[in-house]
Design a binder for this molecule. Structure first.
Ligand code: EPU
Length: 411
């Protein structure tokens, strides 16, 4: 890609990846047709469709709509070959235990952003009566009938909250999840379950209460817009000193990122389902800390790093959620940034302009950030292993192109 180009124009947001994946897993608990609208066209959704098919469901796509039918007999095993490609496959654990009373799921390993254990998922499910054994890289869970209980999470893990919520919906009695994650994707999952006849309250707060029901009924659900995609383009507008309007999105879901962009000098105009972000000068240096929602999302930290790398002054960025999310800094420094990492803090000394260099993508979000840095940098930037980006962003290159970026994909 050739830079520097200010991103200018309007982009429409796709459905949220991290909601779609969990809603697809949840569909395993519904004996009948679940229809999910605004399903993003990304590789991870296709991978989750493969997981569901492997478990015995049918999944069909018609445009942006997915139809999932899990009324047939389901299998209990999710093999290594699928979990290895996408760790969100472990979100079928709760649904399989709820539906079949047993599940055998390959243990996910670490990945490019950290070690990522699942102890909180397993600990909570054990409290609901599941007996786990692990052998040959697989974790096997068995339970007669899941029992409602109180679970206090040590950390508000998104994945653990979702697995427990899914298990609790069909459990006997009432489950209370305390210190639950509050991400909008959790609320979306709860809204879906309510439409299926489940009794869930408090999603979006630290205490979620679920009264188990005997069976769920099929429903049609529209997936919330992707707040991380929206945040990526909003930050891209600021990093490239452009003017971008985001449409079909929920401004409130990215309120803190928008406030931080304002602090850095951006002009932000919010309306009911769109936001316009304009930046005409070099960003100001700001400090930033990632935290669970409604804190600043770790998934937008790499893009913010690209922005602050070009700011006037020095910034400190603290990563509290994933230990290895600074690994891509070495790639960014190859493009002329001055960033020093000390533990979970990054000290960023802003430079006037980044300069192009060939760079390698380690994961979805760092990938999007490196492409944005290519848009901002002088000269032609080659980004290798860009396939990671398609896992989580629908038509990223096409959308950037529509905003004026000179980006092309080569095999
Ligand atoms: N953690 C534990 N034990 C557990 C679970 C989590 O120690 O049992 C730790 C993790 O190691 C990590 C922290 O808790 O340090 C947060 O993990 P969390 O469980 O909240 O994250 P996740 O469910 O694995 C989801 C998203 C991520 C996003 C995080 C945080 C999906 C599929 N993934 O992961 O999205 O960064 O929440 O918001 O929903 C992405 O989209 O690129 C992505 C990585």
């Amino acid at each position: 890609m050739q830079g520097p180009t200010p991103l200018q124009g309007t982009v429409r947001m796709a459905g949220a990846k991290n909601s779609a994946l969990k809603l697809m897993a949840a569909a395993l608990m519904v004996p009948g047709e679940v229809i999910l609208e605004r399903a993003p066209r990304i590789t991870d959704v296709e991978l989750m469709a493969d997981v569901l098919r492997r478990l015995g469901a049918t999944v069909e796509r018609d445009g942006d709509t997915l139809t999932i039918d899990s009324s047939g007999d389901l299998q209990e095993e999710t093999p290594y070959e699928l979990v290895r490609k996408m760790r969100a496959s472990i979100q079928v654990l709760g649904p399989l235990l709820a539906r079949l009373g047993r599940a055998r799921v390959s243990m996910p390993g670490g990945d490019a952003i950290g070690s990522r254990p699942i102890d909180l998922h397993l600990g909570g499910l054990e409290r609901m009566g599941v007996k786990f054994t692990s052998q040959h890289g697989y974790i096997e869970g068995v339970v007669q009938r899941l029992k409602g209980t109180r679970v206090l999470l040590e950390f508000p893990s998104v994945g653990a909250t979702e697995n427990l919520l899914m298990a609790a919906v069909l459990a006997e009695g009432t489950t209370v999840i305390e210190n639950a994650a509050r991400e909008p994707e959790i609320q979306d999952l709860a809204t879906f379950f309510q439409a299926c006849g489940a009794r869930v309250s408090g999603a979006g707060t630290p205490t979620i209460e679920i009264e188990g029901v005997e069976e769920l009924s099929p429903t049609r659900h529209r997936i919330i817009p992707d707040r991380i995609e929206a945040g990526t383009f909003a930050i891209g507008a600021v990093a490239s000193r452009g003017d971008v309007t985001l449409e079909d999105m929920e401004p409130i879901h990215i309120e803190l990122p928008l406030q931080k962009l304002e602090e850095a000098g951006a002009e932000v105009r919010r309306s009911a389902d769109s936001v316009r972000v304009r930046m005409s000068s070099r960003p100001r240096a700001i400090d930033l800390v990632t935290l669970p929602y409604p804190g600043f999302p770790t998934d937008l930290q790499p893009m913010m790093m690209v922005t602050l790398a070009q700011a006037a002054g020095s910034s400190i960025l603290t990563e509290n959620v994933f230990e290895a999310r600074f690994l891509f800094v070495d790639e960014l420094n190859r493009m002329g940034s001055h960033i020093r990492v000390e533990g979970h803090h990054a000290v960023i000394r802003g430079v006037e302009r980044l300069s192009s260099a060939p760079v390698q993508v380690p994961d979805i979000r760092a990938g999007a950030a490196l492409v944005l840095s290519g848009v901002c940098a002088e000269g032609v930037t080659e980004v290798y292993d860009g396939g990671h980006i398609e896992r989580g962003y629908e038509d990223f290159v096409g959308k950037l192109g529509s905003l004026g970026a000179d980006v092309e994909v080569r095999d």
